[in-house]
Design a protein around this ligand. Structure first.
Ligand SMILES: Cc1cc2nc3c(=O)[nH]c(=O)nc-3n(C[C@H](O)[C@H](O)[C@H](O)COP(=O)(O)O)c2cc1C
Length: 224
């Protein structure tokens, strides 16, 4: 097999930036512009007194299916303090990830305002609470998918100052899927109308979807 060689025939200009020299804010801009589109986890939690909290997180991904797990990354507030979502997860170990559809993006965005600890954003923005089955935080009735989760691991990234974050890995202990987006074990993309986060104030809708089958390599003597 021939080794891959870099193409030097065309001269391309590029900007090379070392994160150690550009500062946290510039690095943040490059990350949110480079890692696109990002799904949005609309995370409901409760504090130890049972007061709810709701906030969106786009540093969010699936992690594994055995056990079924996902991650969110919660950055520090600009004064270095912990966001309410993180405080609640640390004290109760429970969260619900609610999906975000086009019809609710204004309310989702409104929940990203810095409400004081102990104020439940769900009531403030007019979304409807729905009791969960295995965890205490309420689900958001307007969402078509709810993932009831229990915290598994917490990893601190950075020294706790602005720009640092805490990665929460959580096990999905119950899936709730609206029947309008469920068929034969799969999620239907069209009725879900999921919204993604891009950079700055920009969001994306899903369009131009196409199918691409996974490649099958021809039989190789090495693999036989
Ligand atoms: C679409 C969207 C995505 C966001 N993603 C993140 C994220 O991944 N991590 C984060 O720390 N903050 C994120 N934020 C900001 C938080 O939602 C915001 O800081 C919120 O006030 C946190 O609420 P809490 O203090 O109630 O936890 C996002 C905001 C929006 C609108």
């Amino acid at each position: 097999m021939k080794p891959v060689t870099p193409d030097t025939s065309q001269k391309k200009t590029s900007i090379t930036l070392d994160p150690k020299t550009i500062g946290n804010k510039a690095a943040y801009q490059l990350i949110i512009g480079s890692i696109v589109p990002r799904p949005i986890a609309f995370v409901s939690t409760q504090n130890a007194e049972g007061i709810g909290n709701l906030a969106p997180f786009s540093f969010f991904s699936g992690v594994s299916s055995h056990p079924p797990a996902l991650m969110i990354s919660v950055a520090r507030n600009s004064d270095g303090s912990k966001k309410d979502t993180l405080r609640n997860i640390e004290s109760t170990g429970e969260l619900v990830v609610n999906s975000v559809g086009e019809w609710m993006i204004e309310a989702v965005n409104q929940c990203s305002a810095q409400y004081p600890f102990g104020v439940d954003e769900m009531g403030q923005v007019g979304l409807t609470p729905l009791r969960s089955e295995r965890v205490k935080p309420f689900r958001v009735a307007e969402s078509l998918i709810h993932l009831e989760c229990r915290m598994m691991h917490i990893y601190e990234i950075g020294d706790g100052s602005e720009g640092s974050a805490t990665v929460v890995i959580a096990e999905i202990i119950l899936f709730h899927i609206d029947s309008t987006v469920y068929r034969e074990g799969k999620i239907l993309l069209e009725p879900l109308r999921a919204i993604s986060r891009l950079a700055g104030k920009s969001y994306g809708k899903i369009s131009g979807v196409f199918d691409l089958p996974r490649p099958k390599l021809p039989p190789s003597p090495l693999r036989e």
